[in-house]
Design a protein around this ligand. Structure first.
Ligand code: MG
Length: 280
């Protein structure tokens, strides 16, 4: 199923079924967040799917971030064959792990923004985001795959000057608004194998990244298994799986984001995440 939160004052939880946006709370009043749906487990997800057509259709005025309170956001760097090639670096021998603060999350249509002068080198990164469905501690790849709730589109917005000045990524990756997510979460059963989906980024309509999740160096189950050996993954946690070639920093000349730009990240079978850029 495709689940999201609409941009109304209460950010109602909805399911997209047959092209229609349907109000989950009308039949399941205690289900008012994505986190609650994930916490209830597979029986709840199945019931939602079976009863989706009974849910009332609502008019929606755009999307909010599908979830906003993960216990953590974990990211993988250098995880696409074509992205390693453009940087002329070897494939890492193990996943390269860093984090973004959950407070960086914004929804579709929200501006990517930063204070004038704080950074001169803001970049986009198209990424497949995994939403964890089950608690995972030292799991193998089979159990890791079984514990995925779903997937959404992410933009791992990165201030390159801050990132490279610090020698590690946290500050440059965690500015408020630097994690656009959405529009919806597609459950793992509907999305299928995480490999084999086209992933693209456009700035003002011009294609900057155009690759496929089959280019991942470490597969989604391999990443989750590796992470779970170090830190327990909790339902609702978000894992970004890396970006393909074509980011602004490695273009010639470099192409950084500025006020008035519009960034679109698209992943086949998930949707399109569009955010304007506002420097204020
Ligand atoms: Mg990234």
């Amino acid at each position: 199923v495709r689940l999201g939160r609409v941009r109304d004052p209460s950010n109602r939880l909805v399911i997209v079924e047959g092209g229609q946006t349907r109000d989950v709370g009308a039949l399941f009043p205690s289900l008012d967040t994505m986190e609650e749906v994930i916490r209830r487990g597979a029986s709840c997800w199945n019931e939602l799917e079976v009863r989706a057509r009974e849910l009332p259709i609502i008019e929606s005025d755009g999307w909010a971030a599908p979830l906003s309170t993960p216990s953590k956001v974990i990211c993988v760097g250098l995880n696409y064959v074509d992205h390693a090639l453009e940087q002329k670096v070897e494939h890492p021998s193990a996943p390269l792990i860093f984090t973004k603060f959950p407070s960086a999350i914004v929804g579709p249509g929200d501006p990517i923004t930063w204070p004038v002068g704080l950074t001169q080198e803001v970049d986009y990164e198209a990424e497949l985001a995994v939403i964890i469905g089950a608690q995972m501690r030292s799991v193998d790849e089979v159990d890791a795959a079984a514990g995925i709730f779903g997937y959404t589109v992410a933009n791992d917005v990165s201030a390159r000057d801050l990132q490279f000045a610090d020698g590690q990524f946290t500050r440059g990756k965690s500015l408020d608004s630097f994690l656009p997510l959405g529009p919806v979460v597609v459950t793992a059963d509907e999305f299928g194998d995480a490999s084999g989906h086209r992933i693209t980024a456009r700035v003002n309509g011009e294609t900057m990244q155009d690759s496929n999740t089959s280019e991942l160096i470490f597969s989604v189950p391999a990443i989750l298994s590796y992470l779970s050996a170090h830190a327990t993954l909790y339902p609702g946690d978000i894992v970004l799986t890396g970006t393909p070639a074509g980011v602004g920093a490695f273009r010639d000349p470099p192409r950084f984001l500025g006020h008035g730009d519009s960034v679109e990240i698209e992943i086949e079978d998930l949707g399109i995440l569009i955010n304007p850029v506002r420097v204020a």
